[in-house]
Ligand binder design. Structure first.
Ligand code: ADP
Length: 293
C-alpha cells in the first residue's frame, strides 16, 4: 500500500496496487462450425505497480481481452486471477476506462468527478478532498463548474481520468482512451496520464494501437499476435521516469525499442497479409509508413 499526498491540501490517497495473471486463457465465439477463436492460449502478467501496455493491430482481440480482465465475460478456457483470486465477474478492484466519452452531459465537471462515490453512497470528507486533489492534478480546477460540452476534447478526457481515479481501483484498465484526439492534445494527455501514474504507481493496463503512445507510457510492452490474440513478445521499456515527451523522442534506447516493436508487429501483419486479411493489408501499409518516418 503506498500513500500519495498533496502538500497544498494535505489530502492523502492510499493506493493499493494489485497484480493480475492471465493463464492459458482462450475465448471463442459461435458454435462448432462457425467458431472464431479470438483469444487462444494466452498468458501474461500485469505486474503490481507497473504500467503494462498491450499493443497489437486492430481486430487482434485486445478489447476481448479487456472484457475478460474486467470480468464482463468469462474465458472459454484458462484462468484470470487478481492477487491469486479467480476473476468471476466485475468488481470495484478493477476499473475500465473506454475510449468513448463517459461524462454525463447534464453534470458539471465536479459532479461528474464525484459520480462514482455518490452512486455508491460513499461520499465523505476524504472523497471530497480527493475530488479537489484530482481536479488540480488534471488541471481542471478552473473548469469545475463547466458542463462537458463547454470543455475541449482533451479536458473531457482529463475529467474522465479524474472520475476514474476517484474510485481508487487496484488495477486501472484503459482501452485506447486517447483515440480520436488530435496529435497535440494526445501528446499532452500522455504527459498528464504518465505523471499521474508516476505519482501513484497504481497497477495500470493500457491498450493501444499507437506505437509512440506505447513506448512513451510503458514500463512493459506486450506485443500481441494477430487474431487469435496471444503474446508475441514482451519488451521492458527501461527508459527513466519521470518521462517528458521531448526527451523520450530523442532517447536512443526508446527508439531502439520502438524499432524492435515495429519489426515484430510488421512480421505479424505480414503473416496475416499472406492469409489474405484486408485489415492486415491496411496495417502493413500504415506501419511501413511509420518505419520510414
Ligand atoms: P481489437 O480490440 O483488437 O480491435 P476485438 O477484441 O474487438 O479486437 O475483436 C477481435 C475479433 O473478435 C473481431 O474480429 C471480432 O470479429 C471478434 N469478436 C469480438 N467479439 C465477438 C463476439 N461477441 N462474437 C463474435 N465475434 C467477436
Amino acid at each position: 500500500m503506498s500513500v500519495v499526498s498533496d502538500s497544498r491540501t494535505g489530502t492523502r490517497l492510499r493506493i493499493k496496487a494489485s497484480e493480475m495473471r492471465v493463464a492459458e486463457a482462450s475465448k471463442s465465439y459461435g458454435d462448432a462450425h462457425f467458431r472464431t477463436d479470438v483469444v487462444k492460449d494466452c498468458s501474461f502478467t500485469i505486474e503490481r505497480s507497473k504500467l503494462t501496455v498491450m499493443i497489437g493491430p486492430s481486430g487482434c482481440g485486445k478489447s476481448t481481452m479487456i472484457r475478460l480482465l474486467a470480468g464482463f465475460e468469462a474465458p472459454s478456457a484458462g484462468t484470470i486471477t487478481i492477487d491469486d483470486k479467480k476473476v468471476t465477474g466485475p468488481g470495484l478492484d478493477r476499473l475500465v476506462l473506454f475510449q468513448e466519452t463517459a461524462l454525463y452531459p447534464w453534470m458539471t465537471t465536479y459532479d461528474n468527478v464525484l459520480y462514482g462515490p455518490r452512486a455508491r453512497g460513499a461520499t465523505n470528507k476524504e472523497t471530497l478532498e480527493l475530488a479537489e486533489f484530482l481536479l488540480n492534478k488534471v488541471g481542471l480546477q478552473a473548469f469545475r463548474d463547466k458542463y462537458p460540452m463547454q470543455l475541449s476534447g482533451g479536458m473531457q478526457r482529463r475529467a474522465e481520468l479524474a472520475r476514474a481515479m476517484i474510485n481508487n481501483p487496484h488495477v486501472m484498465i484503459l482501452d485506447e482512451p486517447f483515440r480520436g484526439l488530435d496529435a497535440m492534445t494526445k501528446e499532452l494527455m500522455w504527459e498528464y496520464y504518465s505523471s499521474l501514474y508516476e505519482e501513484n504507481r497504481r497497477t495500470n493496463f493500457f491498450v493501444t494501437t499507437d506505437i509512440d503512445e506505447a513506448i512513451f507510457l510503458a514500463d512493459r510492452l506486450l506485443i500481441m499476435s494477430n487474431i487469435p490474440c496471444r503474446v508475441r513478445a514482451v519488451l521492458e521499456v527501461d527508459v527513466p521516469r519521470p518521462r517528458k515527451l521531448a526527451e523520450v523522442v530523442e532517447n536512443d534506447r526508446a527508439n531502439q525499442i520502438k524499432m524492435e516493436a515495429l519489426s515484430i508487429l510488421h512480421e505479424e501483419a505480414m503473416k496475416s497479409f499472406s492469409r489474405g486479411s484486408k485489415a492486415a493489408a491496411d496495417f502493413v501499409e500504415a506501419y511501413s509508413k511509420r518505419m520510414k518516418g
